[in-house]
Design a protein around this ligand. Structure first.
Ligand SMILES: Cc1cc2nc3c(=O)[nH]c(=O)nc-3n(C[C@H](O)[C@H](O)[C@H](O)COP(=O)(O)OP(=O)(O)OC[C@H]3O[C@@H](n4cnc5c(N)ncnc54)[C@H](O)[C@@H]3O)c2cc1C
Length: 405
């Protein structure tokens, strides 16, 4: 194989290009991205970069020289279409790049609010460095800040905004899509203690303003919240337009098989845009995390260079809020039993989720060694059962030792 084109120079695209070189790929590698500058990481954007304690250069995944020395052609531009018949991608300006293999790493874009007033000035989202810069300067001038969405991004913003904000969440608890009620309750307590006003179980019906600028947020119960800055964190949608227009199978993401190949074997997809059969989710799923983008990109690079095993890494996620680090190993969707180990009041504990008596996910709060043990346990040939973990008093590290002994 002589040329691999990677579309999207975010976390997954960068990793695919870099891993091809790590694996000894000697052909041409072209990494095409539509954001300015060298590839950068997003997690600090809603954390230390927002808070002003991480500078822009620290976001870079590698310095500029890396791309020249690794012979990765970094192309700035937007890919407009994929011409599968001629194995080529076409940029907005008409430039064509032919490929032997194409990797789609187009990520996701923020879901917008579909309520009147969503387009007013002062209504912002957070996905890119550019968004974070806008938010930082808006924060300096803003008086009343309302965050719509109590998921990871909204809560990280609230935790790092440097001032009390109001968070409106339609579900009756925080991070409901990804965390157990015990974790939601713990983080609600932390936020309230820090001065965040939490309005749970409330939808937004409209944003009101004057002179084109937002002034208030109207809730489903009729409440009007004053707001001159509204941060919308209501999830993302996968960037699948290119794939769909090229006739690839798309269904909540670009559909790939267990080797991360799309419906065209000359095209792979990785990261936020890919819907893959996950052994750990027990179904086809799309994950939005650095681990997923990086591991999938490494996997595709290895496959292109000749390694062929199904994709199976344990998914894991993290968020930093108000001095607490939540780490999640595995996917707990559909769990039917949980056990809490450690002391939530002391701010260090783990929640173990089971399905049919078998461990499927572990959430840890400020217990990194439990998180690492959980990842190793879930990666084993057989995840431990409730009975087995009870026998070692839910001590994940001790249980792990019994397996390797
Ligand atoms: C604020 C924020 C905080 C986060 N914090 C965490 C965290 O703490 N932990 C964690 O695990 N994950 C976190 N994430 C999620 C994580 O950053 C993403 O899951 C990861 O970046 C996905 O990588 P990706 O390569 O799939 O997509 P992205 O990194 O989004 O990269 C996709 C790139 O493709 C480009 N692109 C799309 N279409 C085209 C086209 N047609 N032509 C050219 N370029 C194109 C996009 O502009 C983008 O640059 C966070 C995300 C955000 C936004």
């Amino acid at each position: 194989m002589s040329t691999v084109i990677v579309v999207g120079s975010g976390q997954g695209g960068f990793q695919a290009a870099a891993s091809l070189r790590d694996k000894g790929f000697s052909g041409r590698v072209v990494l095409i991205g539509d954001e300015p500058g060298v590839p950068y990481q997003r997690p600090p954007l809603s954390k230390t970069y927002l808070a002003g304690t991480t500078v822009a250069e620290k976001l870079h995944l590698r310095p500029e020289e890396f791309f020249a020395t690794s012979e990765i052609e970094l192309v700035s531009g937007r890919v407009e279409s994929i011409d599968r018949a001629n194995s080529a991608v076409v940029l907005e300006d008409g430039t064509k790049f032919e490929y032997d293999h194409l990797v789609l790493a187009t990520g996701a874009r923020n879901r917008t609010l579909s309520v009147p007033g969503a387009e007013l000035n002062g209504v912002l989202t957070l996905r890119t460095r550019d968004d974070a810069d806008k938010l930082r300067s808006a924060l300096e001038a803003a008086k009343d800040v309302v965050v719509i969405g109590g998921g990871f991004i909204g809560l990280e913003f609230a935790a790092h905004a440097g001032r009390p904000v109001t968070v409106v969440e339609a579900q009756d608890r925080l991070m409901a899509r990804v965390a157990t009620p015990e974790i939601s309750a713990h983080f609600a307590r932390l936020h309230e203690a820090a001065g965040t006003k939490l309005l749970l179980g409330k939808g937004v019906t409209a944003l009101h303003g004057s002179g084109g600028a937002v002034e208030s947020v109207e809730l489903t119960d009729g409440t009007l919240l004053p707001a001159d800055l509204v941060v919308v964190g209501v999830g993302v949608v996968p960037a699948t337009e290119l794939a769909a227009e090229a006739g690839l199978r798309v269904d909540n993401g670009v559909v790939v098989d267990e080797q991360l190949r799309t419906s065209d074997p000359a095209v792979s997809a990785v990261g936020d845009c890919a819907n893959f059969p996950s052994v750990h989710a027990r179904c086809a799923t799309r994950l939005e995390s650095v681990q997923n983008a990086v591991d999938q990109a490494r996997f595709v690079a290895a496959r292109i260079t000749g390694e062929a095993v199904p994709y199976t890494p344990v998914p894991w996620f993290w968020t930093d809020q108000l001095g607490a680090k939540l780490q999640i190993a595995g996917i707990g969707t559909g769990y039917d039993h949980i056990e809490v180990s450690g002391d939530p009041a002391a701010g260090k504990f783990s929640v173990l989720s089971f399905m049919d008596g078998v461990l499927v996910a572990v959430e840890t709060v400020s217990k990194p060694s439990d998180h690492i043990s959980a990842r190793r346990l879930l990666a084993g040939e057989r995840a431990p059962t409730l009975e087995e973990l009870r026998a070692s008093d839910f001590n994940l590290k001790e249980h792990l030792k019994t397996l390797v002994a």
